[in-house]
Design a binder for this molecule. Structure first.
Ligand SMILES: C[S@@+](CC[C@H](N)C(=O)[O-])C[C@H]1O[C@@H](n2cnc3c(N)ncnc32)[C@H](O)[C@@H]1O
Length: 329
């Protein structure tokens, strides 16, 4: 049996290493899963794409398993009466974590791409759209030579540690137009969907939960439009719309933690299509994905960092949740 689901155990052990230091609960649960033949077999009955620890643990929490809490609580729930309901949640939900602090690392790139013009923003893989509101947050970047802050005192603030010569903007770029594209957008006004987003935040990460709630409150004032569609098919129509509806604005297509959802062939096709769109002057392209996920965007990034690219060139690496920005040149 262990042989049969060896990749499940390996996946959970890898996740445990990833969670070390960020969530003791999930690191411990993941190691215990890898040793637990019955739970491994239960996971093995799920479609491979649904076996990921983030999704499975969040589904268990959604059904009342306490986290922080002992592994036994998780085990008893999935193997007991709650197992079928947890399985149903796993099959009907996806990991769509929406982290607004990524804006603190995206903003310098968006400002460069704007070239002084107002922005027409197209975020692909927008989830609930919390990263579509770069002009509504305040920012505090901590650099080796001191702090650099922009935005109003009453606005929720995103903090980020910066190294290297990052071109930190002195003011937020104006946003003339914005629209998200997501295969399964989250309506920020839907309490149940927002609760799922909250459940996806790891148990010990209170600061991230508070930021998510601040982001939801901000987005609920005037929810950013998000079109339901597939980035592999529906992007060109949206770029055309941006040009038609925001004449004179700098059209920027951007994404963070999205392209990993595509298979290898689609990742290559997406990159080729984006490079063509940039070369044709149809848009600028700001990308923030793990190194090599966009195959041509590779950089020597510290563990837990994503690579920030502008128009297909790697310019920085950034902590996956926006806590740090390391400019490369
Ligand atoms: C991990 S979330 C990232 C959300 C947001 N970009 C952020 O950084 O907070 C990834 C999002 O990509 C969306 N997604 C995955 N595959 C997609 C596709 N082929 N087309 C459009 N959206 C997709 C998912 O539905 C999900 O909302």
């Amino acid at each position: 049996m262990l042989e049969l689901y060896g990749e499940v155990r390996a996946g959970y052990l890898e996740f445990a290493r990833f969670a070390d230091g960020a969530s003791d609960t999930f690191a411990q649960w993941a190691r215990a899963v890898a040793e637990d033949d019955e739970v491994v077999a239960w996971l093995g009955q799920l479609p491979p794409v649904k076996r990921q620890p983030n999704l499975v643990f969040a589904a268990a929490r959604a059904h009342g398993v306490p986290a922080p809490g002992p592994y036994e609580g998780f085990r008893a729930a999935v193997l007991g009466d709650e197992g079928a309901a947890i399985r149903d949640t796993i099959l009907t939900h996806a990991t769509q974590t929406n982290e607004a602090r990524r804006l603190a690392t995206l903003l310098p790139a968006l400002a460069l791409a704007a070239e002084g013009r107002p922005l027409a923003l197209i975020e692909i893989g927008a989830s609930a759209g919390l990263c579509l509101l770069p002009d509504l947050w305040a920012y505090r970047w901590r650099t080796p030579s001191g702090e650099h802050a922009i935005g109003g005192p009453d606005e929720p603030e995103l903090e980020c540690d910066v190294t290297g010569s990052a071109p930190l903007p002195t003011e937020r770029p104006a946003v003339a137009w914005r629209t998200g594209l997501d295969i399964a957008p989250i309506d920020v006004r839907d309490d149940e969907r927002v609760r799922w987003l909250e459940t996806l935040v790891w148990p010990e990460q209170h600061e991230r939960l508070a930021r998510l709630r601040a982001g939801v409150a901000l987005a609920r004032r005037e929810p950013p439009p998000i079109v339901t569609g597939d980035l592999r098919r529906d992007l060109d129509a949206l770029i055309d719309r941006a040009h038609g509806e925001a004449d004179g604005a700098a059209v920027v297509v951007y994404h963070s933690a999205v392209i990993m959802y595509l298979d290898t062939e689609d990742r290559r096709a997406f990159e080729a299509a984006m490079r063509e769109r940039v070369a044709a002057g149809r848009c600028h392209w700001v990308s923030m994905e793990a190194s090599g996920v966009v195959p041509g965007l590779v950089a020597d990034a510290p563990a837990g960092h994503l690579v920030l690219g502008i128009d297909g060139d790697a310019v920085a690496s950034a902590d996956q949740h926006g806590a740090a920005l390391r400019w490369l040149r």
